[in-house]
Design a protein around this ligand. Sequence first.
Ligand code: GCB
Length: 615
Amino acid sequence: MALCCALCLLLLCCQALALGGGMLYPRESASRELKELNGIWSFRADFSPQRDKGFVQQWYQKPLRQSGPVIDMPVPASFNELTQDPNLRQYTGWVWYEKEVLLPRSWLLNALNTRVVLRVGSAHYYSIVWVNGVQVTEHEGGHLPFEADISRIVQGSPGALCRITIALNNTLTPQTLPPGSIQFMRDESNEDDYPNDCNCFKAMSDGHNLPGLVRYQVLVTGDTRYSLSLNLREKEGKVVATGAGPSGELKVVEPKLWWPYLMHENPGYLYYLEVKLSAQVGGELSEDVYTLPVGIRTVHVTSRQFLINGKPFYFHGVNKHEDADIRGKGLDWSLIVKDFNLLQWLGANSFRTSHYPYAEEIMDLCDAYGIVVIDECPGVGMKDPENFGNKSLAHHLVVMEELIRRDKNRPSVVMWSVANEPASELSPAAYYFKTVIAHTKAIDPTRPVTFVSNANYAHDHGAPYVDVICVNSYFSWYHDAGHLEVIQLQLNTQFENWYEAYQKPIIQSEYGADAIAGLHNDPPLMFSEEYQKAVLREYHSVFDKKRKEYVIGELIWNFADFMTDQATSRVLGNKKGIFTRQRQPKAAAFVLRDRYWKLANESSCLRPTLTYYNL
Ligand code: GCB
C-alpha cells in the first residue's frame, strides 16, 4: 500500500549553451546558470464535476488569479497534506499550479545562442505545462524528471516575466504506474462501508572491465560540428585521466574505488568527470561545461552472493518513504540530512527506494556517503489482471527507460527493482516481467534486476527472470497475528523453498510490525514497542543462520512511520517505522542498531570508525 494522491514538484530553470536536449541533472558551471522555482505557487483545484473547467475556460491563457480564487501552495510539497479542507486531502483530478518568474536579461538574448530549459523534477501523476499560455510539454508518470526547451517562447516575449502554468492530474487507472482506481462511495445499503536527451553520460566500470577503466559516452543534440574534451578529476581537482570525442575509455591508474558505507574507511569516493564541448556558433566560439560525479566500482551476482568490487556485500538496511509531517512528499533538506544521520547512526549500509524513485538530491548523498541503493520504479499495487495488459507494459518500459536515464551514472545504485508485490502468480505476469526485465537489462547491462515478491514461490511467474530473489513476509503480523512462535519455522521454510526453486541469492526485502511509540506491553502484544522488538529478534535469528548460505540482505519495513490512506489496519498511517514520523527512535531502533554495527564489524576491518559510533 503506497501513499497515493501525493504531489510533489521540484522545478529548476537551467540555461545552457550549445550542449543540451538531455535530462542531465541541472548543475551550474561556467556555461550554465540555474534558477530554482521552488517556493510559493498559486494553486487551484478544479472541483467542477468533470474536473474540466480549467480546460474549458483555458485557465492557462491568463494569470490564474484572474479566472477565480487561488491559494498559496508551496513547491515542493504534497497539496493534500497542507490545508484544513478534507475535500482537498481526498481530491482526485486536475489541479492547477502557476508561478510568474522574472528571467535575467542575458537569458532572453538569443543572439548569445542561449537555451532556456524548464525542468520539472517530479510531478505526480500527469502534467501539462504552459509557458506564457503556450503549451510546452506534457508528461505521464510521477517521480521522474521531464523538461522543455522554452527558449523560443521566452526570447520572443516582450518582457522578462515568464508565466509558468502546470495542470496536474493525480488520477490513477489500471494502466498507470502505480495502477489505481476511483471508488465512488454511494452505497447506502452497507453500513460497514465508510468513505474511504542528450541522454548524456555513462561512466561506469562493470565486472568485465578492470577496475579503473571508465567507459563513457556523451550524446550531444544539435549541430554535429563540435569537439569534446573530458577530464576526470579526483576530489582535490587533480586530473587523473583525459579523453576526447563522444565515446571512449578513461584509464585511471590505481583507482580509488567507490565502496559502501562501513565496508571501507573512505566510502563513497567520487571522481568528477568534466565534459567540455566547444563549437563555432555564428562565427564565435561557444563552450559548454558539465561536471558529473562518478564512482568506480563493480557489481556481480553469483548463486549465493552479491559482490561489490569483488567482495561479498550483505545488505543491512531499510526501506524508506519520501514522507514527513506537514510536507508529505517533497524535497526537504533538513529531513534529508536528518535521515542520513539516522542511517549512519543505525549502521545501515543500504536502502530500497520503496516504492518509487526518490529525489535526485537524495541519490546524490547516497553516492557521496556510500549508501547502497536498490532503485525501484513505481510498479506498486499491480494486483489485477488488467494491470498486466499491453498498455501497462508499454508504459512500464518507458518508466524504466526514464529511471535508467536519470540514475544510470550513480555508483550507489547497484540493482533495479521493476515492481513491488505484483500479482506475479497470474499467468500474464510471465510475459510481462520477462519483457520488462529484458528491456531493463538491454538498456543497462551492468546492473542486476529484481522485483520484490510476496507471491507463493512455486507460482511466481516473474522469479525465473530476476537476478536476485527479493521476498517480503510479515509472519505473526498479517498471518498468524500475535503468534511470535511461528516466525522461525515459517521464515526458515520460506528461504529454503525459494532457494531450492531458483538457486539465486535472497534478500528479505520487507519484514516488521507496527508499534505505536510509547505503547508498552510485556509479554509482548501487537502494536506495542515490545512486540515490534520481538518480531525483529525472531527474524534475526533465522537471518543469522541463512546469511551463511545464500541470504544476502535484510531490509526492515520501515525506516520511519508514514502516512497512508485510511484503513482499519492503519493508525494515522503505517506505524511499522523503527523511527516515528518525527524521526525519534522506538525501542526497535536500538535492537537494529546493535545488530547492524555487529554485522558491519564482522565483515570489515574498520574498528576505529566503529568505536566512534559504538553504543
Ligand atoms: C507491504 C508493502 C508495503 C506496506 C507494508 C505494510 O507488503 O510492500 O508497501 O506498507 O506491506 O506495512 O502493510
